[in-house]
Design a protein around this ligand. Structure first.
Ligand code: ADP
Length: 272
């Protein structure tokens, strides 16, 4: 039985923040896709026009480091978002004890993350929910940001699902203080947390008071990181969002041009 006369449903991939995600085959292209079914039951008015207009904008966001939103349609009272299918994610890479991440591998993963962010920030779209399991990895090792703009369309995930404490680990100080006005700096802070997690191979700021850790020199927390890596990390972990480095500036940091150069995506280690 086809969904919307086009997609052949396969197995459920998992339950996400906004609803069930399942694998499917796009019969028009033969491509394997992931369909995110977003429950709209509680919002009496259904998907409002603003949400639909924003979804349309997300469909226009096309970049090698952004998951492509192939299609979006309402079906049986749920909104279905169709994305390209991805094999694994950065969380699985970080957690896999059989994987050794070289300094060049870490540089490559961070560079792809920042490139995806830079593209969206240029279009004035924030991610707001950056975390390693939202950084999906395709068959050729390309890292792509998932769930772009969804936080804005459907509400901040952690307000709806307070049990998702892990999302807090990546929250910028201005968000923890409850600022209503924030900008692209929140994604830079989250990218810094992911950079730190790649270096440490565990989440960096896990407790509410862990941010105090940023008071001692970063060198003592990341003994094996290069000077260039630490300089960039410090600029991304700047408390004041107005002073914090931008994504574009981060990409122009000498860390990315000094040796070792970033690993080519198809040479990156991935879970077996
Ligand atoms: P969360 O909201 O917790 O980030 P998601 O809704 O993004 O979770 O995803 C739920 C599950 O579906 C996860 O196991 C994730 O790996 C899988 N998934 C999401 N998007 C894709 C995709 N494009 N390709 C393959 N699997 C996906």
């Amino acid at each position: 039985k086809k969904v919307a006369d086009r997609y052949l449903k396969r197995e459920v991939l998992g339950e996400g923040t906004y609803g069930v995600v399942y694998k499917a085959i796009d019969t028009q292209t033969g491509q394997t896709v992931a369909i995110k079914k977003i429950r709209l039951g509680k919002q009496k008015e259904g998907v409002n026009f603003t949400a639909l207009r924003e979804i349309k904008l997300l469909k226009e966001l096309k970049d090698p480091n952004i998951i492509e939103l192939i299609d979006a349609f309402p079906h049986k009272g749920n909104l279905h978002l169709v994305f390209e299918f991805m094999e694994t994610d950065l969380e699985a890479v970080i957690r896999d004890r059989n994987i050794f991440l070289s300094p060049a591998d870490i540089k490559s993963y961070l560079q792809m993350t920042l490139k995806g962010l830079a593209f969206c920030h240029k279009k004035w779209v924030l991610h707001r929910d950056m975390k390693p399991n939202n950084l999906l990895i395709g068959p050729n090792g390309q890292l792509k940001l998932a769930d772009f703009g969804l936080a804005r369309v459907f509400g901040s995930p952690d307000r709806r699902f307070t049990h998702q404490v892990f999302a807090r680990w990546y929250r910028a100080p201005e968000l923890l203080f409850g600022t209503k006005q924030y900008g692209s700096g929140v994604d830079v802070w989250a990218a810094a947390c992911i950079f730190a997690e790649l270096l440490l191979r565990r989440p960096f700021l896990q407790g509410s008071s862990d941010i105090d850790q940023l008071a001692p020199p970063l060198r003592s927390l990341f003994p094996v990181a290069s000077d260039d890596a630490l300089d960039l990390l410090a600029k991304m972990f700047t408390y004041d969002p107005k002073v914090r480095i931008s994504v574009q500036q981060a990409l122009e940091h000498r860390y990315f041009t000094s040796a070792p150069l970033p690993t080519y995506p198809d040479k990156l280690p991935r879970p077996a």
